[in-house]
Design a protein around this ligand. Structure first.
Ligand code: F0G
Length: 460
C-alpha cells in the first residue's frame, strides 16, 4: 500500500455533494443521457477527464502571487522558459492558452493538404485541425495496442514501424508531411511509447527527411513507464529520460493541463529556429504576444513550478500506482479493462463488459450512464459515439477498433477511498450486467468527430 499512498497532505478541501439515485436518474434524463450535459455540482467523483483538473500545490499557489503581468518580456515567461528547457532539453518555447492551440500552430506548420500525417493514435484536436487543412491523419499504433485483453505488452502506444515504412515506400516520402508520437497514447488507455520506438521512428523518419513531433501532454507519465519497464532506464532519472525522448524530435506540443499540473495552459517547444519564428507569428495572431501566449503571468508561474513537480518520482510512483490500484480492484471482480493499466486512468472494455449489447447500441456509453446512476461517478465514452464515423458515400456507420469507458483520474485530487467507491459501483453493475440494454442516438451535431459533446440518447 505504500506505493499507492499519497505523497502529500490536504491543506484545503472542496466540498462534494452526495446525491440520491432518484435525483441522478432525473438529471440523466434531462441531460439526454450525455455525461457532458450533467452539471458538475451534481457529480460526486468526476472522472470525465484528467485535463485541467489537477490540484495545485502550496508552492504553485504561492508562485501565482509572483506573476508578472507585463505584456512583453514578463519575468514569469523567462522562469517558464527555463523550466521547460530543463525538462525538454529543447531551446525554444512558445506558450499557448491550451494544448489544442499548440496543435493548431503545429498543424499549420507541419500538416499539408493531401499529405499524410502518421501517428500512433492522433488526438481529436490535431485530427480536427489536420482535416480542416485537408491533411490525411493515419493511426499506426501497433496491433497489440488495439487488443484490450493482452496484459503482457508493456508499450501499447508504440508506432508500427513496418506500416510506417510501407506507407512511405508506396507513396514516396514527399507524401508524408510529419510523424506525430503522442505520449502516452490517450485513445487506447494512456499506454506508453518506449524509448526504443521513439528512437526507431525518429531514425526512420530522419532517413526520409520527415520531421517528427511529440504530443507531450503526458510526458512524465510516459517517462515513468520507460524507467520502470524498459531495459537500460531503471537507473536514469525522469528528467534524463524526458530529455532523451525529446532529443529524437524537432518539435513538441503540450497540453500543460495534464502533466504540467495546472488548470490551463499549453506549450509549443522546438529546436528549429525557423519553425519558432513562424510559430511566434501564428501565436501573435491567435494567442497573444510571444512571452505570454494567451496566459496570465501568474499561469506561467504556476506552470513553471508544476512541470517540475510532475517529474518528481515519488509523485509519479503514487500517480501511476493509483491507476493500477483501481485497475486491480476491477480485475479482482472480473471486470474487463485495458491491460496493463495505463497512466492517467482505467479504461473499461464496453464490448466485453456488456457482450449482449452490439457496438452500434453504444455499450460503453451505456456503462457511463449506469456508473453515474449507481454512484454519481462521471466517466467518459471513448468508443462508438466519440470515435464513430459514417461512410461518406453509403452513410453507413463505421465503428472504431477501441470501445471503452475511460475513468480518467485527476492528478492529486481523489483519494484511494474514492477509487474504492468507483470499484464497488462497477462491481454492482457487473453483477447485474444482463439487465442492461443498449442505447439509441437521437441527436447529433453536424460535425461527426465532435458529436459526443452534444449528442442526445434514449435508453432501449
Ligand atoms: N493532446 C492530447 C494527447 C490530449 O489528450 C489533449 C486533451 C490535447 C492534445 C488537447 O489539449 O485540452 O489542453 O486543448 N485531452 C483532454 C482529454 C481533453 O480529456 O483527454 P487541450
Amino acid at each position: 500500500r505504500f506505493m499507492t499512498a499519497e505523497p502529500f497532505r490536504i491543506k484545503m478541501v472542496e466540498r462534494l455533494k452526495k446525491t440520491t439515485k432518484e435525483e441522478r436518474q432525473k438529471w440523466l434524463k434531462d441531460a439526454g443521457y450525455n455525461a457532458f450535459k450533467i452539471k458538475a455540482e451534481n457529480v460526486y467523483i468526476d472522472c470525465i477527464t484528467d485535463s485541467g483538473t489537477s490540484a495545485m500545490s502550496s508552492e504553485q499557489w504561492s508562485a501565482l502571487m509572483l506573476g508578472d503581468e507585463s505584456y512583453a518580456g514578463s519575468k514569469s515567461f523567462y522562469k517558464l522558459e527555463e523550466s521547460v528547457q530543463d525538462i525538454f532539453g529543447m531551446p525554444y518555447v512558445q506558450p499557448t492558452h491550451q494544448g489544442r492551440a499548440a496543435d493548431f500552430i503545429m498543424a499549420k506548420l507541419y500538416a499539408k493538404e493531401g499529405k499524410y500525417a502518421i501517428g500512433n493514435m492522433h488526438f481529436d484536436t490535431f485530427r480536427g485541425n489536420a482535416e480542416v487543412l485537408g491533411a490525411l491523419a493515419v493511426d499506426y499504433v501497433v496491433d497489440n495496442g488495439k487488443d484490450t485483453a493482452s496484459p503482457s505488452h508493456p508499450f501499447k502506444g508504440n508506432i508500427d514501424l513496418s506500416k510506417m515504412e510501407k506507407l512511405i515506400e508506396e507513396n514516396g516520402s514527399d507524401q508524408i508531411s510529419v510523424v506525430i508520437i503522442t505520449v502516452t497514447c490517450n485513445n487506447n488507455g494512456g499506454q506508453p511509447v518506449s524509448m526504443q520506438n521513439i528512437r526507431e521512428v525518429s531514425n526512420l523518419a530522419k532517413s526520409y527527411n520527415i520531421p517528427v513531433v511529440i504530443d507531450a501532454a503526458r510526458l512524465s507519465e510516459n517517462a515513468y513507464f520507460i524507467q520502470q519497464r524498459e531495459d537500460g532506464y531503471h537507473n536514469k532519472s525522469i528528467k534524463e529520460i524526458t530529455r532523451e525522448m525529446f532529443s529524437y524530435c524537432e518539435t513538441a506540443t503540450m497540453s500543460s493541463k495534464k502533466d504540467g499540473l495546472v488548470n490551463i495552459g499549453g506549450l509549443f517547444v522546438t529546436r528549429n529556429e525557423d519553425i519558432l519564428k513562424q510559430a511566434q507569428q501564428l501565436a501573435i495572431v491567435h494567442e497573444g504576444f510571444i512571452t505570454y501566449g494567451g496566459l496570465a503571468g501568474r499561469d506561467l508561474e504556476a506552470l513553471a513550478v508544476g512541470l517540475q513537480e510532475g517529474v518528481d518520482e515519488q509523485y509519479l510512483e503514487y500517480r501511476i500506482n493509483q491507476a493500477k490500484y483501481l485497475g486491480d480492484r476491477l480485475l479482482e471482480q472480473g471486470i474487463p479493462i485495458i491491460e496493463p493499466t495505463g497512466g492517467h486512468g482505467v479504461y473499461v472494455d464496453g464490448r466485453r463488459f456488456f457482450p449482449h449489447i452490439p457496438q452500434n447500441e453504444f455499450p460503453s456509453q451505456r456503462l457511463v450512464v449506469a456508473l453515474y446512476e449507481e454512484a454519481g461517478v462521471r466517466a467518459v465514452e471513448i468508443g462508438a459515439c466519440a470515435f464513430g464515423s459514417k461512410d461518406p458515400i453509403t452513410g453507413e456507420d463505421i465503428l472504431p477498433d477501441v470501445e471503452t469507458m475511460r475513468i480518467a483520474l485527476s492528478r492529486r485530487v481523489y483519494t484511494n477511498s474514492h477509487m474504492d467507491v468507483i470499484a464497488n459501483a462497477l462491481g454492482e453493475i457487473y453483477k447485474n450486467r444482463n439487465l442492461y440494454k443498449g442505447m439509441k442516438l437521437v441527436y447529433e451535431g453536424p460535425i461527426i468527430s465532435l458529436r459526443h459533446f452534444t449528442a442526445g440518447f434514449e435508453l432501449l
